[in-house]
Design a protein around this ligand. Structure first.
Ligand SMILES: N[C@@H](CCC[C@H](N)C(=O)O)C(=O)O
Length: 324
């Protein structure tokens, strides 16, 4: 089997995009899982945090499915949706679209550049719920807001929210990557509390409407950034009165920055997530499912100027972090 792939990233949360919209490769979910594990492996010529499968939809303009590097399929991916949105809107020659995801059909659009000449997309994160049963978290209360989870840590205070993938967020004075790794691994092994695993974020407030977020992603590990986690973190800082809703929260991360706006709705909240959708390279993968994980990859095009431009945003975000 031979198929083209596109390497893309949102705040250096990187994905391999496979276009099943234009060509039916006859993949089933078992094959998608096998493919994801093989191509996302960082010891190969590719490597990524996940695969975005772009497909046809009978409810929306197109459909995006995301598979984590470990082959599992989560409910949502915010950074990935921006990348898929760029691909879909270019494919359909439009500037906005509705994209079917596992839990909702979501509006997406190209928007003003986050920084000079950065392809920028805005996606809606919805549905959002603080009901612990939606993550799920096994807990005797129906919501978990700024509360200890003694099985996880005796002193950290966590808030649980589904975006609609599961997140727990803790606000700290300083972020230590070792702690993020340790608590993230522990939470994902704690099946009595998080039966489906959980994304774990540490958040530091760095100024008015400005936060820094680091995330341990379920099914991946520590990533440069996680779009739904940054949306969850912005929302939680608003409900804890550290930031204001209805105004942008600038979220710095280890791969750059995004902007999140918390919207108050009749049912609760949604979050608008704005950030880059950067293409890195294109090429062709050749493989035989019977001999996976081995495959070959031939790179055909690199988006050097785009990559260079993004590095300037990254530098700007790093400086903003140092000055905070
Ligand atoms: N990186 C993503 C989230 C991907 C899914 C997550 N690892 C999960 O299992 O829920 C994002 O940008 O939101």
């Amino acid at each position: 089997m031979k198929f083209p792939i596109l390497k893309t990233h949102g705040s250096y949360n990187d994905f391999i995009l496979i276009d099943e919209y234009s060509t039916d490769y006859g993949l089933n979910d078992e094959k998608r899982t096998q493919l994801t594990k093989a191509l996302c492996d960082r010891s190969t010529t590719l490597g990524a945090d996940g695969i975005l499968f772009v497909q046809k939809s009978d409810q929306a303009d197109a459909r995006m499915r995301i598979f984590n590097a470990d082959g599992t399929e989560p409910e949502m991916c915010g950074n990935g949706l921006r990348c898929a949105s760029r691909y879909i809107t270019e494919l359909l020659s439009t500037q906005q679209a509705t994209v079917e995801t596992l839990k909702a059909n979501l509006p997406v659009k190209q928007t003003e550049s986050l920084y000079e000449n950065i392809p920028t997309f805005e996606v809606l994160i919805d549905p959002v719920s603080f009901d612990v049963s939606t993550l799920p978290v096994i807990h005797d209360k129906s919501t978990l807001i700024n509360t200890t989870i003694p099985e996880l840590s005796p002193h950290l205070l966590f808030t649980a929210v589904s975006m609609p993938n599961p997140h727990i967020v803790t606000i700290v004075d300083e972020i230590n990557e070792q702690d993020v790794q340790e608590i993230g691994e522990k939470a994902n092994n704690l099946k009595s509390v998080f039966p489906k695993g959980v994304n774990v974020s540490f958040v530091k407030r760095i100024g008015s409407q400005q936060i820094f977020v680091q995330t341990y992603e379920r099914g991946v590990g520590i990533t440069n950034s996680c779009g739904t986690a940054m949306s969850a973190s912005s929302l939680i800082t608003c409900i804890l009165h550290m930031n204001d809703a209805s105004q942008d929260v600038t979220v710095l991360n280890n791969g750059g920055m995004v902007r999140c706006k918390v919207n108050t709705t009749a049912d609760g909240y949604t979050v608008s997530l704005k950030g880059n959708a950067t293409y890195v390279y294109k090429g062709t993968v050749t493989l035989d499912f019977s001999t996976l994980p081995s495959f070959t990859f031939e790179q055909e095009e690199t988006f050097t100027a785009e990559d260079q431009q993004y590095k300037e945003l990254e530098l700007y975000a790093k400086k903003a972090l140092q000055q905070s």
